[in-house]
Write a protein that binds this ligand. Sequence first.
Ligand SMILES: [Zn+2]
Length: 248
Amino acid sequence: MLDRVPEKGLIDQLRDMLPIAIGDVAIGHRRTGLVIVDEVNGFATVGRGPLAPPVENPQVTQMITETDQLARAYSARGWPVLCFLDTHEADRPEPPYPPHCIRGTGDENLVPELEWLNFEPHATMIRKDCINNFVGSIRPDGSNAFVEWINVHKLQEIVVVGICTDICVMDLVLTALSARNHRLFTHLEDIIVHADGCSTYHLPKDVALEIGLPGHAAHPQDVTHYMGLYFMASRGAVLADRLVLAEG
Ligand SMILES: [Zn+2]
């Protein structure tokens, strides 16, 4: 009888088919900024609305811990931090998503572990009402708060963390890579994505179908997280699984 080779899991198959380069990345040897995407209650605090984890989720918990440590290290060095906060008016929905992060509910504010950033002089907040943070940073007069933040600080690198890896984080990173190549930034060279500082949500297909959603609403966490990392890397982002910070 032949020995059976155990079947590879889907993530291992993806790693084979769509490999990503990821490793230690040294940061802070040039002008650096930290970008935190949507680590708000409505996405990352257990039980806070339809897009938050219904029960404790290890990937989300790890993201918050990594973000808190990183943000404290940046603040200690006087390096700038930018927080995007998903914030919606009650009468302006964001299809295909159910109502979330409505202004005034508290769901649109930073998770408790990061609330200290509201009092941090080196931190900037941008509230926005769409998935793509680059688009959400466009003011009525056409100026862009995100582009300005990068250029005012003459940033040469940004480190991006947040939720969701394959949605708001990915859209921002991909758009910013295009903007960099289009020379909208005065000094920006690299966009670094800290993988363990990112997370996404888990909605298995059977659950999606059971609650009446279409099949494409299926969103297995490990696969979509990996795919998000792959698409960012394939477009030119630098992926890190460990950041080594300069002393500042
Ligand atoms: Zn939203």
